[in-house]
Design a protein around this ligand. Sequence first.
Ligand SMILES: [Fe+2]
Length: 254
Amino acid sequence: MKNIVNRAYQNIDMQNILKMREEFQTTGILVLEDFLTENTLEWLKSEAKILYPQAYRSSTSYNPFVESAWSVPSDRLKNIEFTTQKECICYDEIPSSSALKQLYNGKEFQELICWILGIESIYPYADALSGINVNYYNVWDSLEWHYDNCNFTITLLIKKPDRWWVYEYFPNQRYNANGKENYSQVEQMIDWSLQPERIDLREATLVLFRGTESLHRVTSIKEGQRILVTFCYNSQPGISLNETSRMTFFGRLN
Ligand SMILES: [Fe+2]
């Protein structure tokens, strides 16, 4: 991680790690500002610009409960549809010398993530596309309310759009105390009778987020482009992203 991430994130002592772990466990989100050095950020912006012409455009409409939409007991929520539109560069299109691959495959970065999450190990995706994605959101593109499928999400903001946008989420609200989906609260959220948390993220910020339990979205972009990198790992080795998701978001399987 030397020469890629800021000194504050190299050799972090255990006391700070434990603080980060507690914050992530309590709030479901950990925001690490100024994670990259200025040089790395500039380099990654140039790299993303060069890769952009190859990006695959996808557009998906979905129910926030995704696969279980048919069993949602509220007609309102069962029939609701949100949209995500973006362009994406896959792992195999990113140069092997890229700082993104050095981080993702590097022992130090993986250890940092494991320490923060309090888990033994994480494993890169087995398929050639899903481990790192560079996502581009232009004017009119959207990432509407949804839950993530994986236990934790790691994102790195490379470029902010030119005009105001914001990340919105309802922390750790998905399940009732009995472990059942909290549908009535989602109805309130969609009616705006509950207000989400809002973060205006800065470039070079790394975020760990438990998106399986917190409904979240980003507001649509008014001007410019947002570039967000996602790092995806599994808790077991040899796992590929399912074929439906690969075809939807990458337009190919390998
Ligand atoms: Fe998400």
